[in-house]
Design a protein around this ligand. Sequence first.
Ligand code: HAM
Length: 407
Amino acid sequence: MRDLFGAELRWFQHIEETARRVFGRHGYGEIRTPILEELEVFKRSVGESSDIVNKEMYEFTDRGGRQVVMRPENTAGVVRAAIQHKLLASNDAVLFYYIGQQFRYERMQAGRYRQFWQIGAESFGVATPESEAESLLMLHSFLTELGLKSLVFSINSVGTPESRPAFHAAFRAFFSEREERFCSDCHRRIESNPLRVLDCKNETCQAALEGHPVITDHLDEASARHHARLKALLTELAIPFEENPRLVRGLDYYTRTAFEVLSSDLGAQSALLGGGRYDGLVKHLGGPEVPAFGWAIGLDRLVMILQQIHGEAPFAPPALLIPLGERAATEALKLARTLWDAGVPLQLETRGGALKKAMASANRMGIQTVLILGDGELDGGTVTVKHMATGEQESWPIGEACSRLRP
Ligand code: HAM
């Protein structure tokens, strides 16, 4: 877990502003749910066989004896909230986005934290491939507006609970023919949730999977049509994608479409985000039968990539107003108030003391424009302006400071 401030936090803020702008124009509204949820919410949705529920949750008993969890993800909480407040009672499409911290007790790795940030979007009430294309298009605009270029959408269909047993049977038969090559975790997975074997990080297991039966060959007819239609739409929209028959995701709630977005902006391809369709989850958590689709992106890793590609986040430092002496200090407060009220970003030097010390601070803070107000300036009704980049100095009438500084 870490503290965020300065240049790194400015990237977080820039990403959040971009998300609000892009999602807002697609008609998504924000939702904020509590960090603590009841344990059952995640057990029943993310799944008891998942690493998240098995190994990674911060769970404890609160003072009232309730078993609670610091949310490891936000989809389950949004579904819980939508059911509780009857937000899905009509037949309308309901579109939500969220920005918030999640908690997983994970092993330390670059860009992986135990408290991390996600931005996610969830759409409820629509089962069509068109709704997925809409959501992926929004995601594509969001990432493109952030300046990410080499993006690949990796997609798969994991079928439905009804069609999956056919795949499980074929896959178990394949597994049993070479079971000695799989790790002990995979032996457990083949019993509890065979799809998880495809997701094993162990290289020996990945090699043993060569030639495995593919889920998309075992889809029911409607799921196969759905998958083909989504691929056609992505082609029409020129969203670059590839099919990945091993993509199953680490959470249990997915049906039909599952996807991740990989970026090669960092050299080696790494998953920036993931999501998919989860048509059974609302009902499973006690709500009406409502289809849903969504995704979440991890901000910590995204910031790391943006820093590598673009360096600092877009940032205009404020001007700095330095008064010299008590009379100027009073007038500087009044001038600063006028500038602030007019929307000018300005920091006021209130420590008193020597000009040299204040200028050194301005340099350290990366300030570009310094205004100096001393007795001489006050008598002449002016302010001295120093442009730090060039070292140039000029004198402005005090009355013009506002119009000259306004962004
Ligand atoms: P997830 O794949 O578990 O999906 O997480 C989504 C993203 O969160 C990951 O791709 C990664 O960028 C980021 N992430 C996960 N764990 C960490 C960590 N320890 N440190 C930093 N970043 C991390 C979900 O959470 C689903 N709720 C996505 C979804 C929404 N599906 C449907 N709707």
